[in-house]
Design a protein around this ligand. Structure first.
Ligand code: B12
Ligand code: SF4
Ligand code: SF4
Length: 388
């Protein structure tokens, strides 16, 4: 400590105070600190989740499990883990778009700039202070690194993991993005937050695809967020109806949480929801080709799925719309180069115009080279009463 003082560097409480002030000036809404050994239950819970296969095809979760479950495995020199929250609370009803059946609903987190880009820059700037004023080494993480941000955030006291598994804050409800800074600086830790869910189970009961096998446990394979964003293949038939018109992510379990009564609208301009991205007309989306898709969603998280997966989702929403006028969009996509799109075009058409399936199948079913798309034709023909 004496050496630190002589060198003009800060340490302990003084460094923490300077850091928190800097992070708040950069716009972070919550800044708290946990010890690197603060999540003793997480490794076993992560292992159990992976063993059940609940990560679906997110192989990167399994591949990084060891480093992910303990900050000290990821970086043995780490002495303090700083968790930072950025509020992205919506101004209106986050579920309003679900009532517009000829529109696709985009989840709140994707209605403006990609939060990775927004948070990463701020984290780097904040971390710079620890290096400059504390002589400490730092590493910054947001989402994509093998770090269990939610249990660490609970240990630091930002909130608690609700029964929907997302971190709930007493100040911001369900709407906090999380980021982490690992540092070699020894900073005084904050107290953890306790579970405040009580007997409530609103988030569990609202889930349209029944993705919670038990409270505090999510089976990603059934979660609309996973299916519409992460999942690269065909979406299982039994889950398509539950998806409704959610074309990118899902907010149902977040939105019904009673703790949102304390939520506040996002302050960070790049995270304030853009109304033109909340609900989008399905017919226009179905006509996006690759360049148009990229241009439309540049800078937002939506660009991540690429055009084919996005149009796959749009076709599920079209199939669920009950709007016969949208059948022509599905019909046009029956010959799309992407099998993901062709398969969902068949499904959407079979829901909106089952009597026309046999006519459209003739020729196409025989020429189809993709086994999954052929199976989709067979299911559609069987459901419409025509023999495959
Ligand atoms: C993989 C992932 C997903 C997957 C899986 C989600 C999941 N729940 O695991 C999918 C694609 C489904 C997903 C969806 C979403 N995600 Co996501 N995702 C992640 C990621 C990259 C890793 C999460 C993880 O480690 N999962 C593994 C499981 C095992 O860990 P866990 O969820 O903490 O599970 C704990 C509980 O199950 C608990 N537990 C288990 N058994 C028991 C029993 C009892 C009794 C108790 C008390 C607890 C308990 O212990 C486990 C370990 O702590 C994080 C970023 C990060 N690096 O942390 C973002 C992250 C969690 N996602 C985020 C967001 C915003 C979302 C969505 C809201 C996006 C959307 N609107 O569509 C949805 C929410 C869906 C939901 N209900 O979880 C934010 C959440 C912010 C917050 N306030 O918590 C994060 C932190 C990204 C960020 N940097 O901001 N996501
Ligand atoms: S995000 Fe939607 S689908 Fe996923 S668990 Fe929550 S309510 Fe269910
Ligand atoms: S809805 Fe209820 S059970 Fe779910 S996270 Fe919020 S308080 Fe907890």
């Amino acid at each position: 400590m004496g050496t630190l003082r002589q060198s003009g560097l800060l340490a302990g409480e003084a460094l923490k105070r300077a850091f928190v002030a800097r992070a708040r000036a950069l716009g972070f809404d919550s800044v708290r600190i946990a010890r690197p050994d603060a999540i003793p239950l997480a490794p076993e819970r992560l292992r159990a989740w992976l063993a059940e296969g609940r990560h679906g095809a997110m192989e990167w979760m399994a591949e990084t499990a060891e480093r992910r479950s303990d900050p000290r495995t990821l970086w043995p020199e780490v002495r303090s883990v700083i968790l930072l929250g950025l509020n992205y609370g919506p101004s209106g009803d986050p579920l309003a778009a679900l009532g517009l059946k000829d529109h696709g609903a985009i989840s709140v987190y994707a209605r403006n700039r990609d939060y990775h880009d927004v948070i990463k820059g701020k984290l780097k700037e904040a971390a710079g202070l620890l290096a400059a004023k504390g002589g400490a080494d730092v590493k910054v993480f947001v989402d994509t690194a093998p770090v269990m941000e939610k249990p660490l955030a609970q240990a630091a006291g930002l909130g608690w993991q609700g029964k929907h598994t997302v971190l709930v804050s007493r100040e911001f409800g369900s709407w906090l993005f999380l980021g982490a800074i690992f540092t070699t600086a020894d900073l005084p830790a904050d107290a953890p937050e306790r579970d405040r869910c009580g007997s409530c189970r609103r988030c569990l009961d609202i889930c349209p695809t029944d993705a919670f096998p038990a409270p505090y446990q999510l089976d990603a394979r059934r979660c609309i967020s996973y299916l519409t964003i992460e999942h690269k293949g065909h979406i299982p038939e039994d889950l398509r109806r539950g998806i409704g018109n959610r074309i990118f992510g899902c907010d149902d379990c977040l939105a019904v949480c009673p703790w949102n009564k304390f939520a506040q609208t996002a302050r960070e301009a790049r995270l304030v929801q853009r109304d033109d991205l909340a609900a989008l007309p399905l017919d226009a989306l179905a006509r996006l080709d690759d360049p148009a898709f990229r241009a439309r969603f540049a800078g937002t998280p939506i660009k991540r799925t690429g055009r084919d997966r996005f149009v796959r989702n749009v076709l599920i929403a079209i199939g669920n719309s009950g709007d016969r006028r949208l059948a022509e969009e599905a019909e046009r996509l029956l010959d799309d180069p992407s099998p993901l799109v062709r398969a969902m075009a068949v499904w959407a058409l079979s829901r909106l115009a089952p009597e026309e399936i046999a006519r459209h199948a003739s020729g196409r079913r025989r020429r189809e080279e993709d086994g999954e798309v052929r199976a989709e034709w067979d299911r559609a023909l069987a459901a419409s009463g025509a023999a495959p």
